[in-house]
Design a binder for this molecule. Structure first.
Ligand SMILES: [Zn+2]
Length: 268
């Protein structure tokens, strides 16, 4: 089957789609494809080669979809066809290298990603088009329209002890205590957090923002570098996300001190 030059006509596109559809239903074709995909995807060399090709040719600006977006209709189609289908990598092994698996695992257990990685992702998100509807949804969540942070704190307090720690449905038995402290996933930490909010009347102590869901509890002396003060009430202050980020953008992460914060306040 030859490809006519120039843009495809509607008719040609329809014929093509019909042909592909028919071919996909051919048992012989299905068998061939599944064998082929096993051979290719289980072959690390193939993957290495493929990934090099993509790195060199298809990455970033060279990607055919760079700067483009799938149309609303195309997106719906993709999403519809994916519904109810098992994930493409389900049950398959040998797809990812040991290194990649380790990376994914680290993300899952909440291990910190490098600043560079986070920055890169943020960069990618910039300039991304978000529909009005999505924007509204995000806004609602952030404004705590459904549950204010106060309500959530109350709920969490009422559940404390009941569902906390090992009784929590999200308790991950595979984490070591060290990992739990690293990822801040333990009930005492949550208590500290809501305690700081309560003391500060659920408002940013710099700009006064009291939007539910937009608040963070900041450690004067960094959580990471100051183990003894991790849960000290003296060591925390409520900040809105914007002020919090402004501070950390300026002073980095992990080794922060109260002096830095004082300096930050004086400059504000
Ligand atoms: Zn603020």
């Amino acid at each position: 089957m030859g490809f006519p030059k120039g843009p495809r006509t509607k008719e040609h596109q329809a014929n093509l789609t019909a042909a592909i559809r028919k071919q996909r239903q051919d048992p012989e074709f299905i068998k061939r494809m599944s064998v082929a995909s096993k051979i290719t995807w289980n072959d690390p060399e193939y993957r290495e080669r493929q990934s090099n090709v993509h790195k060199g040719i298809n990455k970033g600006e060279k990607h055919p979809l760079f700067g483009k977006h799938h149309s609303e209709a195309a997106r719906k189609k993709m999403s519809d066809s994916a519904k109810g289908q098992p994930a493409w990598n389900k049950g398959k092994t040998g797809i990812y290298s040991e290194e990649t698996i380790q990376k994914m695992r680290n993300i899952k257990i909440g291990k910190k990603q490098s600043h560079e990685t986070i920055q890169k992702r943020a960069e990618k998100q910039k300039g991304r088009e978000v529909s009005e509807e999505t924007r509204k949804k995000i806004g609602d969540v952030h404004r705590g329209k459904f549950l204010s942070i106060e309500t959530r704190a109350k709920i969490s307090a009422s559940k404390m002890g009941k569902y906390g720690g090992e009784n929590s449905p999200t308790w991950n038995p595979n984490l070591t205590d060290e990992q739990r402290h690293e990822t801040r996933c333990y009930p005492e930490y949550k208590d500290w957090y809501s305690g700081i909010f309560e003391r500060d009347n659920y408002a940013c102590q710099l700009c006064g923002d009291d939007t539910g869901g937009n608040l963070n509890a900041h450690h004067y002396e960094a959580y990471k570098s100051n183990q003894e003060k991790r849960l000290s009430e003296e060591n925390g202050i409520t900040l809105c996300r914007q002020c919090h980020w402004k501070f950390h953008r300026q002073y980095g992460f992990g080794k922060n001190t109260r002096e830095q914060f004082n300096e930050f306040m004086r400059a504000a």
